[in-house]
Design a protein around this ligand. Structure first.
Ligand code: B12
Length: 323
């Protein structure tokens, strides 16, 4: 077998593995061709500018990761290709119009652990036939432009809500990736942008955080306030009402036409109840909850990122808005 055929086979082999694992949407692209692509260059410049304008607020780790975002080889020096996989997630429990609300991505066990395990098994299968293959799985926390890589792999476009929208799955998807030390011989495939004239997300954001199409100022974003900001309110502008969100926010996704149709079988009620049991909406319970009880409730879920003191603060904001 020539070296070329072997290289070509690697891309196919990965896609076959993803198919056999029944992954919903995936794509692979070679790093060299992606780094040279105008889309990558534009996105990287956009990222640097966004940081320079302070739109990351207190998320200092986004500043530190600037250089690595421009070159995945700073994460894995031997990297030649990037596989990106999308995982859709189900709805939250029905909103009763008065209780505190949690974002959808919090449903179930912590997605970082779940998706990492799934992609590690993909990588191990790939390595079986290729001794010496090096790989690195990234889910959310690595300094990599996840949405840009998803876009370069033909998985969707960046919507005006700044999220990756897959034409069938919509935007309620997690993005995870694997860097591989072999080439896939696949060049960037970029889908057209189907947002068109629609501006529902821009209008739907209660706090005006989407300051231009696709440009999110975190400092105005409810998800940032409730998940990432530590301690008391410290921005110059007064806080705007938060539409009862106490952990994350889905307003700019709820209004998106691409999220209208459920894209996968929704768990039946008992299953959904169990998957959302940590997203407690009972105000009386929340008001009296101790730190020990809170820690036990959020353990192994993505909600554990919100520390007890900040969860109390979020609840106080909810009560302020609803009084
Ligand atoms: C920091 C962060 C946040 C911040 C900032 C959000 C943001 N829009 O950047 C905060 C805390 C606000 C946040 C909120 C949420 N997040 Co978040 N977050 C991240 C994280 C860790 C980094 C994102 C980042 O680099 N932002 C920096 C800015 C500059 O990126 P950007 O605006 O998207 O711009 C990039 C491209 O889109 C493109 N681009 C975008 N707009 C434009 C415009 C122009 C003119 C140009 C040229 C280029 C361009 O260039 C940039 C470089 O890639 C990623 C994981 C990762 N490693 O990437 C998850 C991630 C983006 N978050 C995710 C999720 C689920 C959410 C929430 C939905 C959670 C919730 N329900 O509360 C909200 C959504 C809010 C929103 N509308 O963005 C998912 C999004 C999945 C998807 N479909 O896209 C990700 C990918 C995590 C994951 N692995 O699944 N998040």
């Amino acid at each position: 077998m020539s070296a070329d055929t072997e290289v070509t086979d690697f891309g196919n082999r990965i896609l076959d593995i993803c198919n056999s694992q029944e992954l919903e949407a995936y794509g692979i692209v070679d790093i060299d061709s992606a780094l040279d692509h105008p889309l990558f260059q534009t996105h990287y410049r956009y990222y640097a500018d966004w940081i320079a304008r302070g739109m990351h607020g207190e998320m200092k780790y986004l500043e530190r990761g600037l250089e690595r975002r421009g070159n995945p080889r700073l994460l894995l020096p031997s990297a030649q290709s990037v596989l990106t996989v999308l995982f859709s997630y189900p709805r939250q429990r029905e909103d009763d119009g008065q209780s505190p609300r949690y974002a959808r991505y919090l449903v179930g066990d912590d997605y970082h652990d779940r998706l990492k395990a799934r992609l590690e098994s993909v990588a191990r299968m790939a390595a079986e036939a290729r001794p010496g293959l090096e790989w690195k799985v990234t889910v959310d926390t690595s300094a990599i432009l996840e949405r840009t890589w998803a876009m370069l792999s033909g998985l969707g476009w960046i919507g005006k809500n700044s999220l990756l929208i897959h034409p069938k799955l919509g935007s309620y998807v997690f993005i995870a990736s694997i860097l591989f030390s072999e080439k896939s011989r696949r060049t960037p495939q970029v889908l057209a942008d189907y947002c068109g004239n629609c501006t529902r997300c821009l209008q739907g954001c209660p706090t005006g955080a989407l300051i231009e199409p696709s440009v999110l100022d975190s400092r105005k974003c409810i998800a940032y306030w409730t998940l990432e900001m530590r301690g008391e309110w410290k921005l110059d502008e007064p806080r705007k009402p938060m539409k009862r969100w106490i952990a994350g926010c889905d307003e700019c996704q709820e209004v998106c036409p691409f999220n209208r149709k459920p894209v996968r079988d929704l768990p039946d009620d008992p299953e959904l109840k169990q998957l959302t049991s940590h997203c407690v909406t009972d105000l009386k319970y929340l008001e009296n909850e101790t730190e020990t009880e809170y820690k036990a409730r959020v353990k192994n879920t993505a909600l554990s990122r919100v520390k007890y003191a900040d969860s109390r603060r979020n609840l106080a904001w909810f009560k302020e808005d609803c009084s």
